[in-house]
Design a protein around this ligand. Sequence first.
Ligand code: ZN
Length: 246
Amino acid sequence: MPPIKTEGFVLKKVNFRETSVILTLFTRELGKIKGVLKGVRSEKSKISPLTFTPGAYIFTLVYKKKNELNLLSSPNLINFFEFKDRIFLKIYFLILNLIDTFLPEFQKEESIFFLLQKTVDCLQTNKRNYLVFLGFKIKFIEILGYGIKIDRCTKCGIKINLNFLSPKCGGVVCKNCGILEPDCVKISNKILSIIKFIKKVDLKNLDVLRIKKEEAEKINYLCNLVLYYHTNLNFVWWENEKDIFK
Ligand SMILES: [Zn+2]
C-alpha cells in the first residue's frame, strides 16, 4: 500500500529501542495514529529533535501496517508553537492529553482536528487562558456526543426548574427528576447560563465573558463528570488541571 501523506500534532513520544521513537499523532486525515519513526535518535540523523517533540505540528508519511506498528517516515517540522507563559503551554498539553485519552485510534475526527487548530490560535491570542480551556472542553464533549444538553430536562423534557446536572444523561434534569437520579449534582442558573454562552460563542470571542475562576473551576468539574461517566478509564486523568484556575 502506498504511504499516506499527512500533517498532525505530536501528542506523545516514547523512546523505542536504541535510536527510534514511537509517536502518537493527531491528524486530519486519519484521526489519532501511532507509528514508529526509525533512527531519529542516532547521531547521524538529520531530523531535528523538535520534529518528534510533543506539541510539534509536523508533516509525515504513514505506512499503515497490519498486526504491527505503523511506520512513519520523512517527517518535517511545520510549526512549533510558542505561548505567552507556562500556563498557556500547560493548557496546550492538557488539551493534547485529552485528545490522546479520549479518542480511539484510526477514527477520523475532522471536527476535533479543526477545534484543536482553533484552540491553538486562541491560546496565542486570547487573554483568559482558562476560558479557552473550558471552551475547548465543552465543544469537545459536544463533538464526542456526550452532551452537555442544557435546554430541557434530559429525563422528562420540561424547560423549567432545571436545577441538576446528570453526568449519566449528559445534561440537565429538572427538580422532580433530579430527586430520582442518585448521581445528579446541583447546578445554579448562573453556571447554566455560562455553559450556554460558551456553547454558542466562538472560542475567539470568549474573552468577553466575565466569570470568577471558581465558577470556571466548577464548570470544568461538571465537564469532567460527564467525560468520566462516558468512559471506563480507571486512572485520574484530570489531576493536573488544578493550577489553571488558581
Ligand atoms: Zn424532568
